[in-house]
Design a protein. Sequence first.
Length: 340
Amino acid sequence: MPSYKLYYFDIRGLAEVARFMFAVSKTPYEDFRYSFSFGTPGDFSTISRPEFDAAKAAGELDASMGKVPMLEVDGTKIGQSKAIERFLARELGFAGSTSIEFAQIDQICETAVDIKQAYQKVRNIQDATEKEAAMTKWFSEDLPASLSLAEKSLPAGPGPFLVGSKVSWADLTWYNFIAAPKGFFDNAEGAKAAYEACPRIKAAVEAVAEIPELQEWIQKRPSPCFDQVAHEHFWSVVVLDKDGPHTASFLFWTSHCNNAGVCDPTTNQQSENCILVGSKVSWADLTWYNFIAAPKGFFDNAEGAKAAYEACPRIKAAVEAVAEIPELQEWIQKRPDSMF
């Protein structure tokens, strides 16, 4: 069995779904937590995190760009919370029974990300009166509407789980999102009321709530100094990576077309064919090429983007290698010239 070590702060936040998967699958792992404290309670400018800062300075978190969560698997380090969750879903049996089911599971997890991001816009409203009105509208109108759309998007299945016939990453994600004790929303009753009209979501989170191993974990897990909603501010402002949206359908197609890559513990050194991970072109290479090097790419200032990666030899070599792929260049030449 692989050796797992999960690095995070002493909060639930972005690591809790991974912890759920370890608990439900009864998989041993080291739950490593960096401590932190405040000079002035609640004042993030006075936060102290000496262990984390020392690890970052020593380069121990380079694989995750100096952020956590980070998962170490037999010495190989993986960053980004959603990448960690996808990996564990596959490894620990929460990825469905087919590649199609896994794509559907991934889609449902990304829907939760979208709803969280919409809620953050409401939480970030500064004017107290405006925020109170927006919060009332969120729980009475916006969240129920979003959950109704999510319910309609679910594939047909035997129930009670969201996809297929067994508990998946999607079920654990949604339970943590809308139903877990001290979960994502400060207004837990408002969240519960919002999914009452969604029978499949309701059935799934209630089924997850009955999993003995999960309830055992919830009962014994450390009680951090922050509730989940405070974690959101902590994630985005202080030290952690607030993941942006991912493209579930592209993940499915790259996996299906043999571009998903293979974990290679030697990838801290540049590979002979200049690829970011493993020995063949992967989703990562295509993503980074589209991000910083493709014609009419992400940045308006293409020259500025190119100058930025000139000092990064592995990234530079990878995007230049991708640029030489004949099939990709054929597509770029013939693709429609859209306005966006």
